[in-house]
Design a protein around this ligand. Structure first.
Ligand code: GLC
Ligand code: CA
Length: 554
């Protein structure tokens, strides 16, 4: 079925790190407005704005203390309205981040719940008595440590948090709480935004039997995923949420839902599912453990990665739709994640990886800095990291018996700060992000990898991204790339090849993800639409140079 949101090309902005407009070293909404020309020129049609709401910033805004206010570091509500308006003038839509599994512990509701155990707000959260001087269950939170935090000045009383202790989970079992959340969602939709990226939404239902799980770490705890993620009954909450908010506004929603087994897709993206689309993490989390730990290092092969990617496409489109992405603000840079040899993290490879994703079936999401081929930062001390999860994973690795050096290595590889260092706009001081020292150190390679250096270079990663977007939007091929079938092709391990086709076109997308020349059979073709290297096709074969990518109209 044709849907407008299937045709978008989304660009994800992490506002704190995108552009500082007022000289305080922190990115802000006016900074985004300054860069709208850049985004229009790139060709994207929608922006996903990571949280800019009022927040104590324990988790950089994913801990919201007031859904109706903008954090002063980012600007004002007028700035958001201006952004929506100015983006619209450029035919760019805005989706906001919707964080409704939890609030900040500094949210007025939670403060009231703490102050007055008899207040109705107590039941907006999950409070429970401990057992035998211990928390109610032995579940480990996503950011490590117990999911339970002791309530100050009360005996044997705890509150629940899936993430940090400054992010208490909302109690979705409470209809009054749900109504307050729906009111807030509708208030934002009334502003004229196009929809939401919906944070950690598969956590909103908890197993109500509150049983201990099997201990799976040196901390004596048990991963909370078995009890607090993708739980049966969650579909009841989804249905109401959709009917009372998203349906009313016909908005676009994309669910962040890690670890959803494919047989459960229906409640997320099926016809009666809650969301327009979801992100499937089953292939992108290839570098971390099932419990989302950054250690030990995972041994994965390109074959496994390819199989997972193809399986994802196969399963998702049986049921609904997905957003496809190479990077986001919770991952490391893709060149580091997917390419083992540091020498091979080159612009050519960045183009090949970008192409692999841009032409999959699904709505493409590009993360800021991906379009210029940014690579990870290397930090010498744990103190140089800002991300709370980097500190948590470091502590847990030590606890599990790894050395400080090993623990730092895990964090350097996987830290979320890798995608959160300020955007590199040029090779000047502070990379043109700000004229004062940024809140987080600039990317160490900003002198070589930056927007200004790439924008007029027709051979740059940035230019390739522009060409890919333009090709996807070209009326001759647009329908094929959006709605056409996806067919994976057999090939050697490091070659990823697939065909997108409909009645009009048959288009081969091929990427040679190795530092070695190879070939691929090609019986007939009409035209090469794009490539990151010179084209050699003869004797019914495509010759592919190391890391060559090509789009070929058959
Ligand atoms: C999501 C966000 C992540 C955040 C977490 C808790 O996974 O993407 O950045 O830390 O939810 O809100
Ligand atoms: Ca600023």
């Amino acid at each position: 079925m044709q849907e407008w949101w299937k045709e978008e090309i989304v660009y994800q902005i992490y506002p704190k790190s995108f552009k500082d407009s007022n000289h305080d070293g922190i990115g802000d909404i006016q900074g985004i407005i300054e860069k709208l020309d850049y985004l229009e020129d790139l060709g994207v049609t929608m922006l996903w704005i990571c949280p800019v709401y009022q927040s104590p910033m324990d988790d950089n805004g994913y801990d919201i203390s007031d859904y109706y206010q903008i954090h002063p570091d980012f600007g004002t509500m007028e700035d958001i309205d201006e952004l929506i308006q100015k983006a619209k003038e450029r035919h760019i839509k805005i989706i906001m981040d919707l964080v409704i599994n939890h609030t900040s512990d500094e949210h007025a509701w939670f403060q009231e719940a703490l102050k007055n155990p008899d207040s109705p707000y107590r039941n907006y959260y999950i409070f429970k008595e401990g057992k035998n001087d211990q928390p109610p269950t032995n579940w480990r939170s996503v950011f490590s440590g117990s999911v339970w935090e002791k309530v100050p000045h009360e005996d044997n009383m705890y509150y629940f948090h899936s993430f940090s202790k400054k992010q208490p989970d909302l109690n979705w079992e409470n209809p009054q709480m749900r109504e307050d959340i729906y009111r807030m969602i509708n208030w934002w939709l009334d502003k004229g935004i196009a929809g939401f990226r919906v944070d950690a939404i598969n956590f909103i239902k908890k197993d109500q039997s509150w049983q201990d799980g099997p201990v799976d770490g040196a901390d004596g705890l048990s991963s909370c995923f078995e009890f607090a993620r993708n739980q049966p009954g969650i579909e009841v909450f989804f249905k109401e949420l959709r009917e009372k908010t998203f349906d009313v506004h016909q908005c676009m929603t994309v669910a962040e839902a890690v670890g959803v087994p494919y047989h459960q897709l229906d409640i997320f993206i099926g016809e009666k599912g809650c969301f327009s689309m979801m992100f499937d993490f089953n292939y992108s989390h290839i570098d971390i453990t099932e419990h989302e730990e950054w250690f030990p290092l995972q041994n994965w092969t390109m074959q496994e990665y390819k199989d997972k990617l193809f399986l994802s496409q196969k399963e998702i489109f049986k049921t609904g739709w997905c957003g496809v992405f190479l990077e986001n603000h919770d991952m490391q840079r893709s060149l580091n994640r997917l390419i083992r040899n540091p020498q091979e993290r080159t612009p050519k490879v960045a183009k090949a990886l970008g192409q692999l994703f841009m032409f999959l079936k699904g709505t493409p999401f590009i993360y800021q800095g991906e379009e210029i081929g940014t690579i990870n930062n290397h930090r010498l001390s744990i103190n140089d990291f800002d991300d709370l999860n980097s500190h948590a994973q470091y502590r847990r690795a030590l606890q599990e018996g790894y050395s400080e050096e090993e623990a730092l290595d895990f964090v350097n590889r996987r830290s979320r700060d890798n995608t959160r260092s300020p955007m590199s706009w040029n090779n000047q001081r502070y990379a043109g992000f700000s004229d004062t020292k940024p809140w987080l150190a600039n990317n160490e390679y900003y002198k070589e990898i930056n927007v200004a250096g790439e924008i007029n270079d027709s051979d740059s990663v940035l230019s390739y991204y522009k060409q890919m977007i333009a090709l996807r939007q070209n009326p001759l091929y647009h329908q094929t790339f959006v709605y056409g079938d996806f067919t994976p092709l057999d090939s050697e391990e490091y070659v990823i090849a697939y065909i997108r086709q409909d009645k009009q076109n048959q288009i081969l997308c091929i990427q040679n993800l190795q530092n070695k020349t190879t070939s691929f059979p090609l019986e007939h073709y009409s035209k090469v639409l794009l490539s990151n290297d010179d084209i050699h096709i003869y004797d019914h074969q495509i010759q592919l140079s190391p890391y060559q990518s090509m789009i070929i109209l058959l």
